[in-house]
Structure formats: structure tokens, C-alpha cells
Design a protein around this ligand. Structure first.
Ligand code: IPD
Ligand code: CA
Length: 266
């Protein structure tokens, strides 16, 4: 499989969907929002974006199945599988905040092959493929070289599962706030993880996320020289729901902090 040319095609598909998101935002109304579960929102925009992406990816690689956030397509055990978030950052989007993006990964049962994340707000396309490197608009990405947690610029996301996650979030904030270079939260897991690949952030973590939230961006961090594991430090993270993505240097310390207060039920 020619992953480089496949990535170019997937970038085009993600950019089409991203333009659709941006265009719809101009006339978007809050009455269009439905709540899937507490505080987890969706609208016709997520669903239409997914339909567009699924139709184009099906034409590109007919033998691949799908894992998608809005469940418009299925996975039947095919050897290849697209993992699609048609709108990551939905809560930002419905409140007319940024960032939000489209995230598309291709994987086998064992490994990630390709990842594309397109941010229509900044018109930035992050992409890469296995053993081929990670890129932002044609420029090779490398993770940062920050080695001490006290100098680190981190992103701590707060998932929808507040009951299970509260003590972990509190422990991280309590341990890190005032002691590191800065803490942020941006409401898009895919873009937060891409920023680690781009060296804009030194580390990122979240639990209770979907494969579609992290699959594409996680591959980019690996290809940019960083490290991605689950909360237990396993390098085989592709079917998990809890992710630590770092420049590598900060991984052990962040993982230790998380292990001190693992989310309930994990
Ligand atoms: C969410 C975003 C958010 C993260 C949530 C995700 P969605 O995805 O990535 O940053 O905190 O856990 O579910 O709902 O906007 O696609
Ligand atoms: Ca989504």
C-alpha cells in the first residue's frame, strides 16, 4: 500500500469535511444540538460531515471497514479500518469557540498506518504515516526537547465521565498547578495530541476518550519522535480509552502522577 499517496488523498477528504464544518458554522443555531448523554453533544453537522467522509473513504479503499463516532458505518472485521471523528471539539463548535477539527486514521487490527487531522479554524493539516514521518502543512514535525516537568507546557483534558475522572483531574491539577510552565485545556483531543507532535505542547493526557479522538494524532506523535501509551504505560494503546502523549522525556513522571490517582473503574 502506498501510504504517502493515500495520506495525500485523506488530507483532501479531511479538508473538504473541514470546509463543510466551517461553512455550516456561519448559520449554525443552538436548536440543532442534541445531547447524546450528559454534556456530550451532537448535531446534524457531525452526522453530515461523517457521511461525506465515509462516502469518500469508501471510494478510496473499498476493502476497509469503519469505526466512526456517530456510528453511520460499521466494522465487520476487515483487515483495514478507518477510524473517523467527523467533528472533534463539538462542544467548542456549538458554542462558536475554537478549536475543532476532522480526524481520520487508518489502522489494521494491530497497528496504526496513517493519520490526518485537519483544523479548518487555522487551516492547518497535520498528517503522517507509519515509518514516513509526521508533517504540518508540508513541514516535518518534531516533538519538543523539554526535559523537566517544571518547565513543561501541558494539556490536561477533562472528559465527560466526571464521576469516574474527578479524583484524577483534581490530583493532576493539585500536583501540577503552579509547579509547571503552564497548563491548558482546548476541548479537542485530536488537536491537543497533534500539538505534542508539533512541539507546541510537551505532554497531553485524558481518559474515557474514543479511538476516533486519538488514533490519527497518536500516530503523528510517534512519528515525530514522542511517546504514546495508555495510563498503565503500555505501548500497545490502539484499543484503549486512556492516553498519555508526550515528548518522551516527561512520560515517566506524568505516568507516575496519573498512577497515584487512577480513574475509578480502571
Ligand atoms: C471530545 C473532545 C474533548 C475531550 C472529550 C472528547 P468530541 O470529543 O475531544 O476535548 O475532552 O473527551 O470526547 O465530543 O468533541 O468529538
Ligand atoms: Ca466528535
Amino acid at each position: 500500500m502506498d501510504l504517502a499517496s493515500l495520506a495525500a488523498n485523506v488530507c483532501r477528504i479531511a479538508m473538504n469535511a473541514g470546509s463543510f464544518l466551517k461553512e455550516e458554522r456561519k448559520t449554525f443555531r443552538r436548536e440543532n444540538v442534541e445531547e447524546k448523554r450528559a454534556h456530550d453533544y451532537v448535531s446534524y453537522v457531525d452526522k453530515e460531515s461523517e457521511k461525506l467522509i465515509v462516502a469518500e473513504l469508501s471510494a478510496l479503499l473499498p476493502e476497509a471497514g469503519f469505526i466512526t463516532e456517530e456510528d453511520s458505518a460499521v466494522y465487520r472485521g476487515e483487515p483495514y479500518c478507518w477510524v473517523v471523528d467527523p467533528l472533534d471539539g463539538t462542544t467548542n463548535y456549538i458554542h462558536d469557540n475554537t478549536p475543532y477539527c476532522v480526524s481520520i486514521a487508518l489502522r489494521t487490527k494491530e497497528e496504526l498506518l496513517l493519520g490526518v487531522v485537519y483544523d479548518p479554524c487555522r487551516d492547518e493539516c497535520f498528517y503522517g504515516w507509519k515509518d514516513g514521518g509526521a508533517y504540518l502543512d508540508g513541514e516535518r514535525m518534531r516533538v519538543s526537547d523539554v526535559r523537566q516537568l517544571e518547565n513543561a507546557f501541558l494539556m490536561i483534558e477533562l472528559p465527560y465521565n466526571s464521576n469516574e475522572y474527578a479524583r484524577t483531574g483534581e490530583h493532576l491539577l493539585h500536583s501540577l498547578y503552579g509547579k509547571v510552565g503552564g497548563i491548558r485545556m482546548n476541548g479537542s483531543a485530536a488537536l491537543g495530541i497533534c500539538y505534542v507532535a508539533a512541539g507546541r505542547l510537551d505532554a497531553w493526557e485524558e481518559a474515557f476518550i474514543g479511538k476516533w479522538d486519538y488514533a490519527a494524532a497518536a500516530l503523528l506523535v510517534l512519528e515525530a519522535g514522542g511517546r504514546v501509551t495508555d495510563f498503565y504505560g503500555n505501548d500497545n494503546f490502539i484499543d484503549t480509552h486512556h492516553i498519555i502523549a508526550t515528548n518522551g522525556h516527561l512520560h515517566p513522571e506524568l505516568q507516575t502522577l496519573i498512577r497515584e490517582a487512577l480513574p475509578l473503574g480502571m
